[in-house]
Design a protein around this ligand. Structure first.
Ligand code: BDR
Ligand code: CA
Length: 311
């Protein structure tokens, strides 16, 4: 049986690879891509999402634009990581596909109401503004969501955009708080997991060796992305954060974590957007998230390369 998903995204090279992985995987039916402001402003994320669909040879995929700024705070972007376009590393043709008219949050609401309860999984790969907006506009959708599998947060790795916050949660902490308090089953891919799936020369060359347009683009993107992270962390490569979400849907056995309580810091300017994860279960606050910490990196790259080779 295929699993129906909506990918909420702010591409971003690693978002792009996640979208390609989903479109290449027969286990998943991508009902639509909903775009949000994050790595770059909304106009660019909506442009990039369509460009990725065309690269995958899937121009029929529906793409929706959503919120152009966080619920309460000014937008913070990450061109210093992803480049001016959000997808620096290779120049690809501008997409011919058009955007759908509907707002992303309304598409999420309409789809969840139309599909049987428990049939649709949401996969947020960026700030949680669209998802929170949908939950605020239509609280009746919460019990209809099968699961939210998201990239965001950190516990042992603490932060990547501030000393204590991961980018997606930091950009819209109020939205993250709504999602983490929604009662919807959550699976969280924090930096603790994603910093274990680092690119290496051999892994990038394996993308290139696919000999396809997709393989070439993914190698070029990861090459670009890598420079920033290697300089920052002194690590051997760059983490492919967002594809972890999609890999989990296909091969949950590649990941391990704990079902724990996770709260979002929204009050303190110093630690704004911190995911306060009760990893050691030292409180009696109820568990609300499956928070990942371990990943089989070899298994992840084997799956990713194999699936990209199908496009
Ligand atoms: C997250 O932030 C973005 O830069 C990436 O696309 C990923 O979703 C990692 O902190
Ligand atoms: Ca992202």
């Amino acid at each position: 049986m295929t699993r129906k998903i909506i990918i909420d995204t702010d591409p971003g090279q690693d978002d792009a690879v996640a979208i390609l992985l989903a479109l290449a995987s027969p286990e998943l039916e991508v009902l639509g891509l909903t775009c949000v402001a994050g790595n770059v402003p909304l106009a660019l994320t909506a442009h990039n999402a369509r460009l990725v669909c065309e690269l995958a040879g899937r121009p029929e995929t529906r793409v929706f634009a959503g919120c152009d700024r966080p619920l309460q705070r000014p937008l913070v972007t990450a061109e210093y990581v992803h480049g001016k376009t959000g997808l620096d590393g290779i120049t690809l043709p501008a997409p011919a596909m058009t955007l759908q008219d509907q707002h992303a949050a309304d598409f999420i609401i309409e789809t969840l109401r139309a599909e049987p309860a428990g049939a649709v999984t949401l996969c947020p790969l960026g700030p949680l503004t669209n998802i929170a907006t949908a939950l605020q506009r239509a609280p009746d959708i919460a019990p209809r969501i099968a699961e939210i599998v998201l990239m965001g947060g950190a516990y042992f790795e603490v932060g990547n955009v501030t000393p204590t916050a991961e980018f997606n949660i930091y950009v819209d902490p109020q939205a993250a708080e709504i999602v983490f308090k929604s009662g919807v089953p959550l699976v969280v891919m924090p930096l603790d997991a994603t910093h274990k799936v680092l690119t290496t020369r051999a892994r990038i060359e394996a993308f290139r060796a696919l000999g396809t347009q997709v393989g070439h683009a993914v190698a070029s993107w990861t090459d670009f992305f890598e420079r920033h992270d290697m300089a920052k962390y002194g690590s051997q490569g760059a983490p492919l954060h967002d594809p972890c979400v999609i890999a989990y849907l296909i091969r949950p056995d590649l990941f391990e974590g704990r079902h724990i309580n996770v709260e979002i810091e929204t009050g303190s300017e110093l630690t704004l957007g911190m995911t306060v994860a009760d990893w050691w279960r030292v409180t009696d606050r109820p568990a609300n998230a499956m928070f990942m910490g371990g990943v089989d990196a070899e298994g992840f790259y084997t799956l990713l390369t194999d699936r990209l080779g199908r496009l």
